[in-house]
Design a protein around this ligand. Structure first.
Ligand code: NAI
Length: 339
């Protein structure tokens, strides 16, 4: 195993790891351990270049520091990305990654992310204790993420109308996968009317037949005449191209990195759309990970997911009082806690 430290002005530690035999290649980025050990998922992705992988690891690990800080968790932020470069044996890849993570002696604790599974984490766990998101812990994080997103929406609705009432709201949900569908179920149970899209038709059909949702195409969703727009699929969907099309007064959802650029947070603010910052809204998943990482019992994690309502209100209040965008207010809260 070859582990090299890369220079960084912004991150505490950045490592390039590789192993000739297994074809393993990764970047591990620790942004901050100011509040506790750096925690963040392991992504397996086919990057166009190593520079792209490095960029992704730096951006995502910083995002984890901010998310954990705002959620009030005693955890720092990190992320690892494995370059999917055709190495054939998946097990060897994750055994190698476990050795790289283990070499940090607990400064970094990882879990599943895009492209990785609970099974991959179980393989890693045989070689290092610094892995969370196992089937023996809180299990699938998506129901926690979904409930936190609904609590975040309630806070946004309260900020707009004085009461956290979802009944009769028209809500567009972009993506009805693991998190989006669970969000849709909770919202329907609360009496909201749903418009959904997903390139996976079977997922749309399920939302239509079980929840009475109206189905539109992935492009039409931006023009839907709704009160709330909820990105629950991809990042960078709030951009100079899409924001002018949105009719919703509230934008909040599960997807990571929804704003294409920081200027898009400002654009939503100028437009008068209330944006519930993504990493405030979608912290339920990492909060459920505290069962594995911090030894919390499930009821404590669940109470913390409920509290996303108060955290979101705090961010929206600060934005209102200071006349800044909610995205800027969330970053300011995170930066105060990380200082
Ligand atoms: P998923 O893969 O189960 O669901 C995503 C859904 O989006 C799929 O049904 C997919 O077909 C659909 N989709 C893809 N392109 C689309 C498009 N252009 N328009 C509409 N739908 C599209 O993923 P999951 O777990 O539900 O995550 C959703 C988002 O939430 C991701 O951005 C993820 O990073 C984020 N997130 C998830 C957490 C979790 O606990 N699962 C935690 C925090 C964030």
């Amino acid at each position: 195993m070859k582990i090299e430290q890369l220079e960084s002005d912004t991150h505490e530690l950045v490592l390039r790891c590789s192993e000739a035999g297994s074809g393993y290649q990764s970047i591990i980025a620790l942004h901050s351990s100011r509040l506790g050990p750096a925690v963040g998922g392991t992504r397996l992705w086919r990057y166009a270049s190593e520079a792209d992988a490095l960029q992704d690891a730096l951006r995502l690990s910083r995002g984890m520091s901010y998310k954990n800080a705002v959620a009030g968790l005693p955890l720092g932020g990190g992320k690892s990305v494995i370059l999917a470069n055709g190495a054939s044996d998946r097990r060897s890849l994750f055994e190698a990654h476990a050795r790289a993570v283990d070499s940090l002696g607990g400064r970094f604790i990882t879990a599943e992310d895009v492209g990785t599974t609970v099974e991959d984490m179980e393989v890693m766990r045989q070689r290092t204790p610094y892995v969370a998101g196992l089937s023996t812990g809180a299990g699938d994080p998506s129901p926690y993420t979904a409930h936190g997103v609904v609590r975040a929406l309630e806070a946004c609705v309260q900020q707009r109308s004085g009461q956290p009432v979802l009944r009769r709201l028209q809500i567009a949900i972009q993506g009805v996968g693991a998190v989006g569908y669970q969000v849709a179920r909770e919202l329907r149970a609360a009496g909201a009317d749903l418009i959904v899209c997903d390139p996976d038709h079977s997922r749309c059909d399920r939302a239509a037949s079980e929840l009475g949702a109206i189905v539109v195409t992935p492009d039409q969703i931006y023009d839907a005449d709704v009160d709330v727009f909820m990105p629950c699929a991809l990042g960078a969907v709030l951009s100079e191209r899409t924001i002018p099309r949105l009719k919703a007064l509230i934008v909040v959802g599960a997807a990571n990195n929804q704003l294409a650029t920081p200027a898009d947070g400002e654009a939503l603010h100028q437009k008068g759309s209330l944006y519930g910052p993504d990493y405030v809204a979608n912290a339920g998943g990492v909060i459920s990970g505290a069962v594995d990482i911090l030894g919390w019992d499930l009821s404590r994690s669940k109470a913390r997911v409920e509290a996303i309502f108060e955290t979101m209100l705090q961010v929206l209040d600060e934005a209102y009082e200071r006349g800044i965008s909610s995205a800027a207010a969330a970053d300011a809260l995170a930066e105060r806690r990380l200082a």
